[in-house]
Design a protein around this ligand. Structure first.
Ligand code: BTN
Length: 272
């Protein structure tokens, strides 16, 4: 019988997560919640209260899942992965936002290891078959002494079917299940993600973005496309030209003569 709307084969409790995880990974917890407002909020609060690097917070459902730009993340029970990772990286404050890019590469590694081809749309989206499948929201606390902690939140549509999406997302969002034509055990998906993130995080800490940029470049969804970029100071069309050595978007504005490096912004539209 379903419990809290979750089939037992797809339960995502502490025991199941521990059993699925490969030994030797830097993760602890996990804290598995049936329902919460936002795993990012919980992880940020735990961080303020001293929880350690590597703490994993997972929920079966969120009532106020946070998306980028103040949007809500659709988070129904028993369908998807909603996970937040608490990190205490020893990196300069300016480098910390790059952890969302690191998470994107790890997420793509994990999804492809499950047999679903994936691409990455700057700054923080995973696309499968041309539709958004996952989003990443990194939140940071810092002080003049440096980064106190970063929480990287991942929302991955795993077993959603077309009819499960609200109408406004039906033409633009997809899930692993829709792409692969089969359901996935969410705990297996989480284990892959934690495995891949452990590897990519170590690469990033050891060698910066350069050591994993190949993982981004070969999956870059926007490269060569015309895009409508919103950034501080306004919106404008131009052409995306990959990422620079820091993980910033290289953007050639229409009518411009030089490529600019964009560290933060949002792609509102894209064309072939
Ligand atoms: C986006 O807007 O694309 C980012 C969405 C990030 C959603 C995830 S779900 C788990 C974690 N907890 C949250 O409240 N948000 C992130």
């Amino acid at each position: 019988m379903p419990r809290h709307g979750v089939e037992m084969w797809d339960r995502i409790g502490e025991r199941e997560v521990r059993e699925a995880l490969r030994p030797g990974l830097p993760w602890s917890g996990p804290v598995c919640l049936a329902v919460t407002d936002s795993t990012n909020r919980v992880a940020m609060e735990m961080a303020e209260n001293g929880a350690k690097h590597g703490t994993v917070v997972v929920a079966d459902a969120q009532t106020a899942g946070r998306g980028r730009m103040g949007r809500r993340w659709v988070s129904p029970a028993g369908k998807n992965l909603y996970v937040s990772l608490l990190l205490r990286p020893s990196v300069p404050t300016v480098d910390a936002p790059r952890l969302a890019i690191v998470a994107g590469v790890a997420l793509a590694d994990a999804v492809e290891a499950l047999g679903v081809p994936a691409s990455l749309k700057w700054p923080n989206d995973l696309y499968c078959g041309g539709r958004k499948t996952a989003g990443i929201l990194a939140e940071m606390a810092s002080d003049p002494g440096g980064v106190r902690h970063v929480v990287v939140g991942v929302g991955l549509n795993v077993n959603m079917e077309e009819a499960d999406f609200p109408p406004y997302l039906r033409g633009t969002a997809t899930s692993l299940r829709i792409r692969a034509g089969r359901a996935f055990r969410r705990v297996d998906v989480l284990a892959r993600l934690l495995d891949a993130f452990g590897t990519r995080y170590a690469e990033f800490i050891g060698g910066g973005f350069a050591s994993l940029r190949d993982g981004w470049d070969r999956r870059d969804f926007l490269r060569g496309r015309r895009v409508l970029l919103r950034r501080q100071g306004g919106e404008g069309w131009g052409t995306a030209d990959g990422l620079d050595a820091d993980g910033a978007l290289r953007f050639l504005p229409d009518g411009g003569t030089a490529t600019e490096s964009v560290h933060s912004g949002e792609i509102l539209e894209f064309r072939r």
